[in-house]
Design a protein around this ligand. Structure first.
Ligand code: FES
Ligand SMILES: [Fe+2]
Length: 359
């Protein structure tokens, strides 16, 4: 496994930012044990408020995992009470703030240390996101909106769960600046390409053909893909259909990522999407997934790229890797990273995006 340290990314093993931890629909009052950032969590939906709760997994009493249990009677009877969760071993109960609020067999005071960490979570874009920051700070950027999310002409897909891959997120992020892979991997005859770095975002504007997504002689595929922080990629795509692609990847441990993929597809003809539109959207999502799988197969089998042998015509990989470092270093250094990379970069041999030139 290739580690953050081997990539020379910075002081922290795991980046700062918002990270997807589950598809919303999968989070219920049956707690799930999940592992991210090299640690175990208990994830559940409170019965009282309907809000999602993410707690450190291990009970301070004797170290039991709060969510990886099915056979105890606590688990069988339902460990979530109101918005609290009971430990399966001796039934201590923890609130959504992580504090123990009931010990069924003890009349003494609840010790202040009887608590687990409760994490900042948001439900957005049909997913649950956690704010992760090794310095313990509050979020310094917001999760992005998709304006068409509630538009009835658009079909919102469900998340394709690609599971755990032994790939450091750096290799996935490299894709945003990788102009030269489009033709060999996706069969896209790229017409224009540029990257724009702005603070916590990096955008790729690309136009060309695409053998996986568009048949020969079809319309040009135009994509604008933006990383909002280190793990959430939203791509607006026009071509056969207007669509949004959502790709999210979260470190499971150092050098291992968990990946999700989803699509929003606009009905080609209707203001209110119908069953036919939903079927077409699912087919288009499968085609987009096949395109993503083309990248995936490369990542799965490649050796780590700590220091590439870049040539003229490659995208601005070094700028992108400098951009990505902002999330692995103290927040106090954030503005310096922005100053050193903010701007628009064209790969040699490709035109810039027409929409930027027009602006
Ligand atoms: S280990 Fe959790 S209540 Fe005892
Ligand atoms: Fe790709």
């Amino acid at each position: 496994m290739a580690t953050t340290q081997e990539y020379g990314l910075g002081a922290f093993t795991y980046p700062r930012g918002w990270f997807m931890v589950a598809e919303s629909a999968k989070v219920t009052d049956k707690p799930m044990g999940v592992k991210f950032f090299g640690q175990e969590f208990a994830l559940y939906r409170g019965k009282q408020s309907g809000k999602v709760v993410l707690l450190d997994a291990y009970c301070p009493h004797m170290g039991t995992h709060l969510a990886r249990n099915t056979t105890s009677y606590v688990a069988q009877d339902g460990p979530v009470e109101g918005d609290s969760i009971r430990c399966p071993y001796h039934a201590w109960r923890f609130g959504p703030d992580g504090k123990c609020n009931h010990i069924p067999y003890s009349s003494g005071p609840i010790p202040p240390a009887a608590k687990v960490r409760s994490w900042t979570v948001r439900e957005h874009l049909g997913a649950v996101f956690v704010w992760h920051d090794e310095e313990g700070g509050a979020p310094d950027y917001e999760l992005p909106e998709i304006p068409e999310w509630n538009d009835p002409a658009w079909v919102v897909g469900s998340y394709d769960d690609l599971g755990t891959v032994n790939v450091h997120p750096q290799e996935i992020i490299d894709n945003i600046t990788d102009v030269a892979h489009f033709d060999p991997v996706h069969g896209s005859r790229t017409k224009f390409f540029e990257n724009e770095f702005r603070g916590h975002t990096v955008t790729q504007r690309m136009g060309g053909g695409h053998r996986t997504l568009i048949a020969e002689g079809g319309p040009m595929l135009i994509t604008t893909a933006t990383y909002h922080g280190p793990s959430l990629l939203l791509t607006r795509m026009s071509g056969l259909y207007d669509s949004w692609i959502i790709i999210a990847h979260t470190p499971v441990e150092d050098g291992v990522s968990y990946v999700w993929h989803n699509l929003l597809v606009k009905s080609a003809t209707n203001a209110q999407a119908n069953d036919q539109d939903r079927a077409a959207a699912r087919m288009y999502q499968d085609a987009a997934l096949a395109a993503f799988a083309q990248d995936f197969e490369v990542w799965k089998h490649k050796r780590p790229n700590f220091k590439g042998l870049y040539v003229q015509g490659d995208g601005p990989f070094l700028k992108q890797r400098a951009w990505y470092k902002q999330f692995y270093n103290p927040r106090a250094q954030r503005d310096e990273f922005h100053k050193s990379v903010d701007g628009i970069y064209h790969a040699k041999g490709f035109e810039g995006a027409p929409q930027t030139k027009a602006a």
